[in-house]
Design a protein around this ligand. Structure first.
Ligand SMILES: N[C@@H](CCC(=O)N[C@@H](CS)C(=O)NCC(=O)O)C(=O)O
Length: 246
């Protein structure tokens, strides 16, 4: 059995406050991969110092993308099966846009934007006792700021950062068009990756220009709802199977 290590679902409105944890769990559910979920609070427990990671056959594997490559290699798990080579390349590029750029704008909106930080801080660190309740969140915020600075996003003005995010969202909206999913009537990895990011932008009760931009694209909102229903339905099915088997 694969053991998935993720953050707990601590932020109302999203299945997981980490888009990468949400991505991997959604991919496992959609592909019907049996797994058990272990909640972690400390990313440094992972082999790459980040969450999510999995344990499989005694090995700990980190990074949502590398994990999915490994599951394809070992178990034949492939949500992009059926796509032609051009579509596979497009799916790859959509994932990279969402995970290597839009994710940074999302992180900025939560961790650096003063309008949202108090809510995020309460959701992620609210259970801590003093003095950890002061030390841990401010240390975490400092390291996210340093990461955003090293990546480059944090060097821009807030207006520029949110404009970059809005342009990414417009591109995604145009690519999706009127289709149910990016490549037709079946969700692929591109849909999973976009859902995991968009549900984190739209779902939580956090206002930002990024959320406003996302809500301005009806097709992206409908896509997030559609994927959210699939995510929830797959969990119910798995629960019923477990109950019947018991
Ligand atoms: N490329 C990684 C990104 C994972 C990632 O950035 N995880 C964040 C949570 S969203 C994390 O664990 N950060 C802790 C840290 O950087 O110290 C993946 O796809 O899994």
């Amino acid at each position: 059995m694969i053991r998935l290590h993720t953050f707990p679902a601590s932020l109302k409105g999203t299945p997981n406050p980490s888009q990468f944890c949400a991505k991997l769990e959604t991919a496992l559910r959609l592909a019907g991969v049996q797994h058990e979920v272990w909640y972690e609070m400390d990313p440094s427990n992972g082999p790459k110092g980040k969450l999510p990671f999995i344990e499989m056959e005694g090995e700990r594997i980190g990074d949502s993308t590398l994990i999915l490559y490994r599951l394809k290699e070992k178990l034949g798990v492939d949500l992009d099966r059926g796509l032609d080579e051009t579509e596979k390349a497009q799916s790859h590029m959509i994932q990279r846009l969402v995970e290597e750029r839009l994710s940074w704008v999302l992180a900025y909106s939560r961790w650096i934007d003063d309008a949202n930080w108090p809510v995020v801080r309460r959701a992620l660190f609210g259970g801590m006792r003093f003095p950890l309740s002061v030390i841990v969140p401010s240390g975490a915020r400092k390291s996210v700021r340093a990461a955003l600075h090293a990546q480059g996003v944090e060097r821009h003005s807030p207006e520029e950062i949110y404009d970059l995010g809005a342009r990414d969202l417009s591109a995604l909206s145009i690519l999706l068009g009127e289709k149910d999913f990016f490549f037709g009537d079946k969700p692929t990895l591109a849909d999973v990756s976009v859902f995991a990011c968009l549900v984190n932008i739209i779902g939580p009760d956090l206002a930002s220009p990024l959320k406003e931009a996302a809500l301005g694209h009806d097709n992206l909102v409908r896509h997030t709802e559609r994927m959210g229903e699939l995510h929830a339905a797959k969990r119910q099915r798995r629960k019923i199977e477990l109950t019947l088997a018991a």
